[in-house]
Every structure is written in structure tokens, then in C-alpha cells.
Ligand binder design. Structure first.
Ligand SMILES: [Zn+2]
Length: 316
């Protein structure tokens, strides 16, 4: 088992990827007290809210812990940065996530993915201003929730980084976020028909995703989330959903890990691609209960992550 930090960090499980990758995908058990601090309603969610599938089983087995173990309220100050080993794994996964999203057509020159700092819920990692497929570990910046680089990095940043910071502020269950301009996702945000789950892989869509219309709060704009106020409005529209569409712009998906948010973004695009082919026709969508039951088996997309990561490995 792989541990980092002090006793405040409960556990880290490494999921072996059967030799398919140069580095394993790190499953990090994020601090639970940070979650409680920001959202008392979530108190008691415990491990189930963070780990799933094989990583949950592995961690539970190693620790002899119950997956229903209640979250503890810890008040000690958390370290500002992750340890070097932790950063290596997380940065490698964030680079892979950027390339996977490009390879899967979720992003092109635009769009981005972030991951919350594993020990400091007031910081997150995201690439500097760069097309996702070109991102390397040297391009990753650590931002606070005001979107200021904590290391004084002067490089240009994504103007829409406020999408990420404002969602992290109000969704302590969210550890990673993807923003997409995928054409079919854009279309489903403007066509007047709700995007709904067509098959079991998109159970996270549930009874439908909210559509953020920037015009309602901000009038005529360039459509972009370029400050905290716009990001906050988007986060409010997102609510407790797994994602949201953005009228005339794109969409956002959230998850409890990098592979979770990435997987959801890929399947959001696939669901939109299928639905646009049959717009205006009677479609037998999953019922909300079927979607809920199907979603229970789609927690982290570990098989997809392995497959997708192998495809983008070795790219310069
Ligand atoms: Zn955008």
C-alpha cells in the first residue's frame, strides 16, 4: 500500500493496470474533514463517497476498515502541498486525462480537466493555457479557489478556470471536473429536447441534466465563464447533478476521481451523439430508477481508463 503525508491521510490504494501503463493510476482517499467543513449535509458519507469498485475493496481489505466508516471531524491544519510521490502519480494521471479527453473527442483545442489537491481541498491542479493534447507534467499549475497560482506561476491560464474553482467550493464530493465543447453536447444544450440516458453507461444523467443559460443572469456575454460570479452561477445550476449543459457553449461533468469525471465526459458525449441521431422521434430512455441502478455499476470507469490510457501512452 502506498501512503503519503501524516496520519491525517487515511489511505491510498494503487490500482495495478496489468502492465499497460508506465505508471499506475493512483486512487487517492481524499480527506474527509475538508468535505465536512464545506458541506455539513454530507457528514457521514464516509468512504463510499470517495472510493469505489476495486479501489474500494482493496483499500478496505488493507485497512480492515468498514466502507461505511463515518467521517471524522479533524481540525488539524493540513499540509499545503502533497508529497513528491503523490504529486508524481497525480500529475501523470492528469496528463493522461488531458490526452484521453483529446483522443476521445471530448476536447479539441479547448476544454480542460482539473483534479482537487489530494490533501488541501482549497487547491486544485489544472494545466496552464494549452490545448489538452499538448499538456505535460511541466504545464500543470496549482491554483487556489480564487484561481490564483499558489506558486506565483506567471504563465497564462485558462480564462474559464473559474468553472472548476466555483464547483469545488460548493461540491466537496467532487474531486475532478471536465469542461467540454463537444459539438453534440453543445447541440443538446440548445435543441429544446432534454438529454436523457439512452443506455446503462449513462445512468449518471439520471432524470436529466440542468442547462446553464448564462444570459439569464448576465445578459449579453461572450458565453464564457471568465470570473467567479459566472462560475458560481454555473455551480448553482449544477446543484447536486453529475454534470450540466451550457447553452451555446458546452458542458461540464464532475466526479469523485479523475477517471470518474473523464469517464462521465466521454459517455456524456456518446449519449449526446446517439440522441442527436434520433431527435424528434420517440425514444425509450432509461427510467430514473433504471438510471440509478445502472449508475451504481459505473463508479470509476477503471476498464475504460486502462483502455483509453493505453491508446495515448507514449505520445510526446
Ligand atoms: Zn468553455
Amino acid at each position: 500500500m502506498y501512503r503519503f503525508g501524516e496520519k491525517k491521510i487515511k489511505s491510498v490504494a494503487i490500482l495495478s493496470l496489468a502492465g499497460l501503463q508506465s505508471r499506475p493510476l493512483a486512487r487517492i482517499d481524499f480527506r474527509e474533514d475538508g468535505m465536512e467543513k464545506k458541506n455539513p449535509r454530507k457528514t457521514g458519507v464516509g468512504r463510499r463517497g470517495f472510493l469505489s469498485g476495486s479501489s474500494l475493496l482493496l483499500t478496505g481489505a488493507l485497512l480492515g476498515a468498514s466502507e461505511e466508516m463515518p467521517a471524522k471531524a479533524e481540525q488539524t491544519r493540513i499540509p499545503p502541498s502533497a508529497t513528491p510521490q503523490d504529486k508524481d502519480s497525480l500529475f501523470a494521471d492528469l496528463v493522461a486525462a488531458n490526452r484521453i479527453l483529446a483522443d476521445q473527442g471530448v476536447v479539441d483545442g479547448y476544454g480542460h480537466v482539473s483534479v482537487l489537491h489530494p490533501t488541501n481541498p482549497d487547491h486544485f491542479y489544472i494545466s496552464r493555457w494549452l490545448a489538452p493534447d499538448l499538456v505535460t507534467e511541466n504545464d500543470i499549475v496549482e491554483l487556489d479557489l480564487n484561481c490564483i497560482p499558489v506558486t506565483g506561476d506567471k504563465r497564462r491560464l485558462y480564462s474559464e478556470r473559474f468553472i472548476h474553482s466555483e464547483i469545488y467550493k460548493v461540491r466537496p464530493d467532487v474531486k475532478s471536473i471536465v469542461h467540454t465543447h463537444a459539438p453534440t453536447v453543445v447541440l443538446m444544450g440548445v435543441c429544446g429536447e432534454p438529454l436523457l440516458p439512452i443506455y446503462h453507461m449513462t445512468g449518471f444523467i439520471g432524470a436529466g441534466l440542468p442547462i446553464f443559460d448564462i444570459r439569464k443572469s448576465f445578459g449579453m456575454t461572450n458565453m464564457l465563464i471568465t470570473d467567479g460570479a459566472r462560475g458560481k452561477a454555473l455551480a448553482q445550476t449544477l446543484g447536486d447533478h453529475s454534470g450540466a449543459l451550457m447553452r451555446g457553449h458546452g458542458g461540464v461533468t464532475v466526479g469523485s476521481s479523475l477517471s470518474h469525471s473523464v469517464g462521465r465526459s466521454v459517455y456524456l458525449k456518446i449519449d449526446a451523439e446517439m440522441q442527436v441521431q434520433v431527435l424528434g422521434k420517440k425514444i425509450e430512455f432509461l427510467t430514473p430508477e433504471e438510471a440509478r441502478l445502472a449508475e451504481a455499476g459505473n463508479q470509476d470507469f477503471p476498464k475504460d481508463w486502462d483502455l483509453w490510457k493505453r491508446k495515448v501512452m507514449g505520445k510526446a
